[in-house]
Design a protein around this ligand. Structure first.
Ligand SMILES: Nc1ncnc2c1ncn2[C@@H]1O[C@H](COP(=O)(O)OP(=O)(O)OP(=O)(O)O)[C@@H](O)[C@H]1O
Length: 404
């Protein structure tokens, strides 16, 4: 309903002169215009915010859909016959005859790897095995991270060095003393605290090949591949000794056993069993070091923590005040930083930041300088960068809460 003139509370007394009325009305008009302006600004902000959430919503909906899709199984084409295609499923080695469209049939040849759904229909032809390995395993003959690049986790670094370096550099010591070298190291702690860096640095120091495998990639894509890829991983490590095998997100393959009996769970189980078998029957222990990492220590199956497997559990926490100061120092080493930049203040400001957050603050601060057409990064650039990163993190947290 719109206000009529009668409803409006007039800003002057009944007996006011024409001049007084005019002035009062002008004053009121000015206030209303100002309020209108403020409302318009707020509306614009709200629209921008709304757009941002819409985009996030779309992204999350898309991810959600992807996760809900039922997993596909992997099989190998055995033969193309008049009645259909004979495939052999990985994992259980069972053969099956399945029908395919003419288009798909033209695309297939014996020995091709294919993805099949629950009813064993071929959904697509897969990349060659080498492509899958390349996706899941990242091999780096000489990673470029050194101990000087890591800040605030000296005790953890010492422990990793002690466990990994000695057996690779002086395996004879263990032989002579007559003990087995320490087995795997499990690093656990929040994201972005330097777990991957630690593994890379120790590989660099010992001239070992760094082989990284992501747990989630192993089991979430195609069923029937996980166990084989674990075997391939150890095979590759044996060819590359000395090697540091880094298994990231190990919780994806070593989560506590659940009651559900879905095929996905069985696959995860098989992959984990293969990993345990490889770790137990490990003859090159020492020359191949296994470092695993997780952000979800609470979720791990205790079987993985039994002696002889990961018997060094090292917590890698977020840096404390001093650690943050050092990490700021590390990440600004190559930056053109103005005289007034105070790392102590920055470390106080970025309370609760991880190493990865600090790295992001430094990069973003550099971006502020560039946007401002400067080549020198100032203290306020870092402050502005931290505010921006916090806002983004808060918005992300809100969105995940809303759509959880
Ligand atoms: N302690 C640290 N010192 C210096 N830089 C760090 C530190 N921790 C993290 N960073 C920075 O953050 C980036 C990401 O760190 P890294 O990948 O090692 O974390 P992570 O603990 O393995 O994380 P995630 O659990 O998410 O895999 C590094 O490349 C580095 O730039």
């Amino acid at each position: 309903m719109t206000d009529t003139v009668d409803d409006v509370d007039l800003p002057y007394e009944d007996g006011a002169s024409q001049q007084e009325k005019l002035e009062a009305l002008e004053e009121r008009l000015e206030i209303l215009e100002q309020q209108n302006e403020e409302m318009r600004d707020k509306l614009l902000d709200a629209n921008a915010e709304n757009n941002k959430y819409q985009q996030k919503l779309e992204r999350l909906t898309h991810e959600n859909k992807k996760l809900k899709q039922s997993p596909l199984f992997v099989a190998t084409v055995q033969e193309l016959t008049g009645e259909g295609v004979i495939i052999k499923q990985h994992g259980n080695n069972q053969e099956a005859l399945t029908e395919v469209t003419d288009d798909m049939r033209e695309d297939l040849a014996p020995d091709d790897r294919v993805a099949v759904n629950n009813s064993l229909s071929i959904v697509k032809r897969l990349d060659s095995e080498t492509d899958v390995r390349a996706r899941v395993m990242q091999v780096d003959e000489s990673p470029d991270v050194s101990y000087e690049d890591i800040g605030g986790i000296d005790d953890q670094m010492e422990e990793v060095r002690e466990t990994v370096e000695m057996p690779i550099e002086s395996p004879e010591m263990f032989d002579e003393v007559g003990i087995d070298p320490p087995s795997g190291v499990l690093l656990h702690g929040p994201p972005g605290t330097g777990k991957t860096m630690l593994a890379k640095a120790v590989a660099n120091q010992t001239d070992a090949t760094f082989i990284k495998m992501a747990g989630s990639e192993l089991v979430h894509k195609f069923i029937g591949e996980g166990a084989k890829l674990v075997r391939d991983l150890f095979e590759l490590a044996r060819q590359e000794v000395p090697a540091v095998v880094f298994i990231d997100e190990i919780d994806a393959i070593a989560a506590k056993r659940t009651e559900s009996k879905t095929s996905g769970d069985a696959e995860v189980q098989r992959t984990m069993m293969q990993l345990l078998a490889e770790m137990d029957g490990f003859e090159d222990r020492g020359q191949i070091s296994i470092i695993a990492a997780t952000n979800r220590f609470d979720m791990l199956d205790r079987a993985i923590l039994r002696p002889g497997r990961f018997d060094r559990l090292i917590e890698v926490p977020k840096p404390d005040f001093e650690g943050r100061e050092i990490i700021f120092d590390i990440h600004t080493r190559d930056m053109n930083v103005a005289d007034g930049v105070d790392y102590t203040e920055l470390a106080e400001m970025a309370d609760n930041a991880s190493g990865a957050d600090i790295k992001a603050i430094c990069t973003e601060a550099g971006m502020y300088a560039i946007r401002d057409d400067r080549t020198e990064v100032r203290h306020e650039d870092f402050e502005q960068a931290w505010r921006k990163i916090q806002e983004t993190e808060e918005a992300d947290a809100d969105v995940s809460k809303t759509f959880a």
